[in-house]
Design a protein around this ligand. Structure first.
Ligand SMILES: CC(C)(COP(=O)(O)OP(=O)(O)OC[C@H]1O[C@@H](n2cnc3c(N)ncnc32)[C@H](O)[C@@H]1OP(=O)(O)O)[C@@H](O)C(=O)NCCC(=O)NCCS
Length: 365
């Protein structure tokens, strides 16, 4: 269905793969990121695997109405990656897939290739193109947004992994009628990946934090302040850490580890949640392991986070809520420049079916 020709993609060129690409394809694909996020590709990946893809699998894709292109540097002809369109599904919809060689990542190759493929498919009358990436594959999800694909949701346990587990997949799509401009996330990531004042360090939660997070959230005076005030379920803590970057990118929640800057040890967490873009408002909340209390860590974390939010995002109001008897948390907010706004009666679920009042605070830009 797609014309088997050469497609320009900015400084790159898409062309059907040839046998002479086998060496470069094999070198590129023998890579841990590709093995992790493309579990159907052979691993380890040999020159024979590359040849059988070039002369077999990719020929078959073209015959079945799809497209498989080598992405090359137009100036030098060097192979930089592969990008393709699956044969249309029975409803006439397309889907893109891609990988970029480790030596060519981070310079817009995937974004340019996906954009070119989308234009190619729309020109053939395809109404909708899907792009599905593993929930932890943040690079690929950023490619999706940069190429104008909108996030639509999460497909739970949709892909088998090499270890036999099932991975959740983030689903994006671009319609022929979409503007196609790059989609800017409401919340950017921290510049350089983290914030620090030399005493604490803030960085997105990662799957490796799940054990520490669960242990902290299991401390009775920590979960007493959670909504609802119940001990955490381990699987939910794992999901929270595994999804943290995806939720950040999608503007739903920034889940952040507070670390001791000197040792790197996990000291607690802080979040931005309840994000309301039309109001440019978000809520912050935090917890600290008992061993790290009394050292001003949370006040420092709140100050770093608010300063970043008011400098690097369009947020204008950060709000917080504390129980009326939670003087430690109220002191943190006061020291971080928050003002008390209201006492809301019976807002929060309390233990044993009771309700609890909530003192509400804000700091404005
Ligand atoms: C995902 C992959 C194709 C990205 O290719 P790429 O050419 O490096 O991507 P681009 O240079 O176009 O970068 C696109 C965006 O991703 C960001 N990005 C790139 N690598 C990143 C990384 N490791 N972590 C976080 N973000 C990353 C870029 O900063 C850019 O964001 P911006 O538009 O907000 O500036 C490449 O990392 C890869 O081949 N990974 C292994 C295979 C794979 O995951 N394929 C996709 C399966 S769905």
């Amino acid at each position: 269905m797609y014309p088997e020709n050469v497609v320009p993609a900015g400084p790159y060129t898409l062309r059907p793969p040839v046998e002479a690409d086998a060496e470069a394809v094999a070198r590129a694909c023998d890579d841990p990121e590709i093995a992790r996020f493309l579990p159907l590709m052979p691993s380890p990946y040999t020159r024979e695997d590359a040849l059988s893809w070039i002369t077999g699998v990719s020929r078959e894709t073209w015959k079945r109405g799809g497209a498989d292109y080598a992405v090359t540097d137009t100036a030098t002809g060097e192979l930089l990656g592969v990008a393709g369109l699956k044969p249309l599904d029975p409803l006439g919809n397309g889907e893109v897939g891609y990988w970029v060689a480790p030596w060519a990542r981070g310079r817009g190759v995937a974004t340019a290739a996906v954009r070119a493929l989308a234009e190619l498919a729309f020109a053939q009358g395809v109404p909708r193109i899907a792009l599905i990436a593993e929930i932890e594959n943040i690079a690929s999800q950023r490619v999706a947004l940069a190429a104008g694909f909108r996030r639509e949701g999460v497909l739970r346990a949709a892909q088998g992994s090499r270890d036999g587990s099932r991975a959740d997949m983030a689903a994006f799509a671009r319609l022929a009628t979409d503007p196609g401009a790059a989609i800017t996330p409401y919340l950017p990531f921290f510049p350089g990946g983290e914030l620090t004042d030399g005493v604490v360090r803030l960085a997105p939660l990662t799957p490796a934090d799940a054990g520490d997070y669960h242990a902290m959230a299991s401390v009775p005076d920590v979960y007493a302040r959670h909504v609802p005030p119940e001990p955490p379920v381990r699987a939910e803590c794992e999901e929270l850490c595994r999804y943290a970057m995806h939720r950040w990118l999608s503007g739903h929640q920034a889940g952040i580890a507070i670390r001791d800057a000197a040792t790197g040890e996990f000291a607690g967490d802080i979040q931005l949640s309840n994000i309301v873009p039309p109001l440019d408002q978000a809520m912050t909340g935090y917890s600290l392991r008992p061993e790290f209390r009394g050292r001003g860590f949370v006040t420092r974390a709140v100050e770093l986070l608010v300063e970043w939010a008011f400098t690097h995002t369009s947020l204008r109001r950060i709000v917080a809520g504390t129980a009326p008897d939670n003087t430690a948390s109220q002191r943190v907010l006061e020291r971080a420049g928050f003002v008390r706004e209201a006492l809301v009666k019976d807002l929060l679920p309390g233990p044993g079916g009771t309700r609890m009042d909530d003192v509400q605070w804000s700091r404005t830009r």
